[in-house]
Design a protein around this ligand. Structure first.
Ligand code: EZ4
Ligand code: CO
Length: 402
């Protein structure tokens, strides 16, 4: 089955998405997500200029060989742009293989280890009481796990917390916004927030929290320790992933489970963290981590250390990534949880997914392949608009370093 062509579709139904479509001489096409928030065109160009010409003529069935061709063959290994491009190729090839064999993707990954995928929702609010209301809304809609983030007294805008009722979107049109951050105010507020959430919602609800790499190791250790009575499912990105020894320091002080890696793209970002058992959940998503072929190996490696998956799943990853992640999560033994934020309706004008949410879990249907269709004609109606993630400064103007 020869690859005859491939093309990159960049569209902006509410936010930017980059999709790779690979064509074969068997008449079967596959889709891969190539969206890297705020750097979309870099991946699109990487694919168009360097990958697609080298893909044409290859046998689409040889996924492992093609993966290594693009990983090792280019000399310049790793990096978010490269690994996102490789992921898009890899996802599209797995989609093609599963469509060719007329079976849902999870069947090729070992079959189902479970019926549904446990997912967590985001609850946010401009202040604590609005956040509590949003947690209640998520619980009422059936979620068993909720990530809680709130506006913080004394901080103008907390990352990822919409100011009004507008949909979640951390990227803003144009060049990066500059926001102000105050760690001391945050550290004072977060334990009070979780005390109140537990008081209102009791012990059963799984609670998660994202620190977005804003703390030093000793600050993170303080918070992880103070949050212990509230039994978090996980504390995410407590320190920058670049500082792996920081996680060891945190570990020495706290039993709060740790998740990290939404900005990672390689197993080599994880080797110390996994083998020294400094974390509990890996966050690297298929789309930024070289696709299924690479994540299968990382997840298997983590499994030997009793570390589970908890893939990134914000709305800046496309429905193709989410659907592929659900197949992956259904199949592997050491699945933990999946982040799930529903895309805006306008996204489903372009992408038609095969998944549904019910009572805290997500399910895929029996559609062969990854199970997502892209309407290219509709995609053309939403042209790319530059948007970037914000930059943070301390209250005295210093640019955040970690
Ligand atoms: O910052 O998706 O856990 N989720 C997150 C997200 C990420 C954005 C980056 O593109 O931290 O809000
Ligand atoms: Co995060």
């Amino acid at each position: 089955m020869k690859i005859t062509d491939a093309k990159v579709i960049v569209c902006c139904p509410g936010r930017n998405f980059v999709t790779l479509k690979i064509f074969t001489d068997a008449g079967i096409c596959g889709l891969g997500d190539a969206t890297l928030n705020g750097r979309e065109k870099a991946v699109a160009t990487y694919l168009e200029e360097y990958c697609i010409p080298a893909l044409i003529g290859r046998d689409a069935r040889n996924i492992e060989d093609i993966w290594h061709y693009f990983y090792k063959g280019v000399y310049w290994k790793r990096g978010a742009v490269t690994m996102t491009a490789i992921a898009a190729i890899d996802l599209a090839l797995w989609d093609i293989k599963a469509r060719a064999l007329n079976t849902p993707l999870y069947n090729l990954l070992g079959g189902k280890s479970r019926d549904g995928v446990l997912v967590y929702a985001h609850a946010t609010g401009k202040d604590l009481e609005h956040t509590i209301e949003d947690v209640a809304t998520k619980v009422e809609s059936g979620f068993l796990a909720v990530r809680v983030q709130s506006g913080i007294p004394g901080i103008d805008h907390a990352y990822g917390v919409p100011k009004d009722k507008s949909p979640y979107e951390p990227a803003q049109k144009g060049l990066p916004n500059e926001e102000t951050w105050d760690t001391a105010k945050y550290l004072n507020f977060a334990p009070k927030m979780f005390a109140r959430v537990r008081e209102v919602f009791g012990e059963e609800l799984h609670l998660l929290h994202d620190m977005h790499h804003r703390c030093t190791p000793i600050e993170a250790a303080r918070l992880a320790r103070e949050l212990e009575p509230f039994h978090l499912f996980w504390l995410e990105d407590p320190v920058s992933g670049e500082l792996q020894e920081g996680l060891r320091l945190l570990r020495q002080h706290s039993t709060t489970p740790i998740a990290i890696g939404e900005v990672f793209n390689s197993v080599y970002d994880y080797t110390t963290l996994i083998t020294h058992q400094l974390i509990d959940y890996i966050r690297m998503p298929l789309v930024h981590g070289g696709g299924i072929t690479h994540l299968q190996k990382v997840a298997a490696f983590a499994s030997f250390y009793h570390i589970q998956t908890g893939f990134h799943g914000a709305t800046d990853l496309s429905p193709v990534n989410l659907a592929a992640s659900l197949h992956f999560n259904l199949a592997i033994n050491n699945f933990g949880i999946q982040e799930y934020m529903p895309h805006q309706q306008i996204v489903h004008d372009v992408f038609t997914p095969n998944y549904r949410f019910e009572n805290g879990f997500m399910y895929v249907d029996e559609t062969p392949g990854i199970g997502v269709e892209l309407n290219e004609e509709k995609a053309m109606r939403y042209p790319y608009q530059m948007a970037c993630l914000p930059i943070n400064r301390k209250s005295d103007g210093t640019l955040f370093y970690w």
